[in-house]
Design a protein around this ligand. Structure first.
Ligand code: PEP
Ligand code: MG
Length: 754
């Protein structure tokens, strides 16, 4: 059964579009289950009716015509109840509805299972048989498993259908769900970012200059032939003639008479060389993978290897030529911080990443840069989007292809209103952040890139609450030396002096791995991360702290902060190392006091030990991004569980209150540097909890300032008291939205446009 399932899913995955995929499913499931009929009903895009979309065994002419509402007929009943329906005599069921043209009258036995993707009922998969019998348990289990596996493929194919205008009526609107990455609306043109040499991530493109593409392809082929010939020659003495012949077979795969010819054919038809190569190679890889014979199956690996080699040469030859359109929206499987560096900022309108979530580091950087971003758009057929126009809604985490004119104009209105709001906010730049009843709340920024510095100062930042030192580490090919680090840190400290700059010691692990220091773990967020790594490598920690202290020479605005502390012993150890470094650099002639030292509270144990930690240091700073992930056991990078990641969850609010109270009890300052600080709703609650400072990305700062200047501390406390009474995050969210609206801040609330 497992093998049959695997084969069907694989074949459906390789389908060219939705119609093809549905056709394969009904054909193959009918054969696998030995039934007379297999049909699929799919919910119409944007509607509620279930349309008869594919069949083997019923009247093909009714495909696309017959349809049922949820709850109507047996199919509608399956859809409504979201569970299988297994009947030996369909007609005797009270909900049975007869469709004269379908040709169902001969079939008594009926088994229908819902097709559900991310809680959404996409359709119903049905098998029918003339024999008067109930399908047995194993048949039902097979169909349920099949449907569960196919749901994601169908969801994906549905969107793909909207992208390929030859599949569905041209320009069919499609809305693809993801999660909010960075706020704002972007209307622009897709530029697909593909990882180097990944045959499966090559964007589709057509070109005019076919000769140039043919030339590039032949050139790349020649280089690969030379490489392989070179390897064969090097091994010449060690190989038997038979072994040597294997290289000829290998090279033969790319011959003009076989795969090479197919690629050339597609290029001549107008595709660009990389796209043509990827299409042909993937088809051949799938073909070999499906083979029964293990020797032939193995050939898939060879074909993939050869294809990848040719692709690398093609990519190398086009690298320098990339020209970005205006309002470019970068789209990729998994965008990284470095992909942002490849495009000039003035060309960049937005980002869409198929993987990752709003708390992935690329999203955090995007927020700092003010680039609207959608993360976790898992159903987006991103390789087909090159050059397509797209709208991204970074407030609600949705991507819109071919939006209807009225939807597009509503998006344009939001863009205009955002521009207007930003102008309003600019006037606040030099105003202090003071509540209506005179309470002062310092607003600081989170930084990492040098570019953040200018933006932060422009927005009126009063200090840096979190300088992510791993960012310069991530952008290098080896650990920076102590002197290199000193210079980087000096730039930060000087740029903000006399304002304080809080430097966090290296926080790698989790989703931040250095290319030159790979950490491979099954559970990276629960593994070797943050302070755990640097305490195990005191040489890294010491040189970083020494570099920070030296950079502070004569300035005095450095603060040091320790990430991922989960017990006091880690803190004691780190404090010893910092004090030791301080003694050393002072002996070396550097003028610096021992800076303020703080602990990040970002794991639950630190919440419960907040007083013990606070006693040992000068300040606490809550890392609410990680704290939320660990309190709720929700991976901050996983789009599948992103809707469970509630930064205003009652448990999170209680933890935040507990940390603030603990710090106050020890007479220590407490701040927050997670993304919650940059959310106007969150900021009002944090003010009420007694936080002494909020640190956020530079883009959020003016909004938070506006929000806090519009409320009084007394009102904020009343709001907090009410919020702490609520048991559900949605209720808290609704309460806060109402509060913002009542205080003239509707413009900070962004409900979906359609
Ligand atoms: C946090 O976890 O809230 C935090 C500020 O650190 P980072 O996002 O860099 O993990
Ligand atoms: Mg963190």
């Amino acid at each position: 059964m497992l093998e049959t399932l695997r084969q069907i899913v694989q074949e459906v995955n390789a389908a060219s579009g939705l119609e093809d995929a549905l056709g394969i499913i009904v054909r193959q499931v009918r054969v696998a289950m030995g039934t007379e009929v297999c049909s699929i009903y799919l919910r119409e895009p944007g509607g509620e009716r279930f349309i008869f979309r594919a069949t083997e065994g019923l009247n093909q002419e009714q495909v696309g015509l017959a349809s049922l509402a949820a709850g109507e007929g047996l199919v509608g009943t399956v859809a409504e109840r979201e569970e299988p329906l297994n009947l030996e005599n369909a007609e005797s069921h009270p909900n049975f509805r007869f469709f004269p043209d379908l040709g169902e009258e001969h079939f008594d036995a009926f088994l229908g299972v819902p097709i559900i993707h991310q809680r959404d009922v996409l359709g119903v998969l049905v098998v029918q048989q003339a024999e008067h019998r109930r399908f047995d348990e194993s048949e039902e289990a097979f169909l349920v498993t099949m449907s569960a596996q196919l749901a994601a493929v169908i969801a994906h194919a549905r969107v793909t259908g909207a992208v390929d205008s030859d599949e569905v009526a041209e320009g069919a609107p499609a809305k693809i769900g993801g999660v909010p990455g960075a706020p704002g609306i972007a209307i622009g043109t897709c530029v697909v970012v593909s990882p180097i040499a990944d045959l499966y991530a090559v964007p589709r493109k057509t070109v005019k200059d076919r000769r140039a593409e043919l030339h590039a392809f032949r050139f790349a082929l020649d280089r690969v032939r030379e490489d392989i010939q070179g390897v064969a020659d090097n091994l010449g003495g060690e190989l038997s003639p038979e072994d040597h012949a294997l290289f000829d077979v290998y090279l033969g795969i790319l011959d003009d008479s076989s795969i090479g010819r197919e690629v050339v054919g597609l290029i001549k038809a107008g595709q660009w060389a990389q796209g043509a190569l990827s299409k042909v190679m993937i088809e051949h890889i799938r073909h070999f993978e499906r083979m029964e014979h293990s020797y032939l199956k193995e050939r898939a690996v060879d074909v993939k290897d050869l294809g990848t080699r040719v692709l690398s040469y093609l990519q190398a030859s086009t690298k320098e030529e990339q020209v970005f359109p205006d309002n470019a929206v970068l789209v990729g499987e998994e965008l990284t911080a470095s992909s942002l560096g490849e495009i000039p900022r003035e060309k960049l309108a937005g980002l869409i990443s198929v993987r990752g979530s709003g708390n992935s580091h690329v999203a955090i950087l995007a927020r700092a840069m003010g680039v609207p971003t959608v993360m976790g758009a898992v159903d987006l057929p991103y390789t087909r989007l090159e050059g397509r126009s797209v709208v991204i809604d970074g407030y609600n985490g949705t991507v819109h292809l071919n939006p209807r004119p009225e939807v597009l104009s509503r998006f344009k209105e939001v863009v205009d209103s955002d521009l207007e709001l930003n102008k309003d906010l600019e006037s606040l730049r030099d105003q202090p952040c003071v509540t209506l009843d005179g309470h002062r709340m310092p607003l600081w920024v989170n930084t990492g890139l040098m570019a953040d510095v200018v933006r932060s100062l422009e927005q009126g930042a009063e200090g840096v609450g979190l300088y992510r030192t791993e960012v310069p580490f991530l952008l290098r090919e080896r650990f920076p030396s102590e002197e290199e680090q000193r210079q980087i840190y000096r730039n930060q400290l000087e740029a903000f002096a006399p304002r304080p700059v809080t430097m966090r010691t290296l926080d790698i692990g989790g989703d931040k791995s250095l290319p030159y220091f790979p950490i491979e773990e099954d559970n990276p967020f629960l593994g070797w991360r943050g302070i755990r790594v640097t305490l195990d490598h005191p040489e890294i920690f010491l040189s970083q702290v020494r570099a920070m202290l030296k950079a502070n020479d004569g300035l005095g605005n450095l603060r040091i902060m320790l990430p991922m502390i989960s017990s006091v012993s880690e803190l004691d150890e780190a404090l010893d190392l910092i004090r030791r470094s301080h003694r050393e650099v002072v002996q070396e002639g550097v003028t610096t006091e021992l800076p303020s030292i703080g602990v990040m509270v970002e794991v639950p144990s630190a919440v419960y030990q907040a007083r013990a930690l606070a006693r040992r240091v000068d300040f606490l700073s809550v890392g609410s991004n990680d704290l939320t992930q660990y309190l709720l056991a929700v991976d901050r990078n996983n789009a599948r569980v992103a809707d469970l990641y509630h930064s205003l969850h009652p448990a999170v609010l209680q933890a935040l209150q507990e940390v603030a109270t603990a710090a106050m009890a020890e007479g220590k300052k407490v701040g927050i540097c997670g993304e919650l600080a940059g959310d106007p709703e969150g900021a009002v609650l944090l003010l009420a909890m007694g936080y002494d400072m909020l640190s956020m990305n530079a883009t959020s700062l003016p909004k938070v300032k506006k929000a806090l200047r519009n409320v009084s501390l007394v009102e904020a406390r009343e709001l907090l008291a009410a919020a702490l009474q609520r048991e559900d995050p949605a209720e808290i969210h609704a309460l806060l939205e109402r509060f913002l609206a009542e205080h003239g801040m509707e413009r900070f609330i962004h409900n979906p446009v359609d």
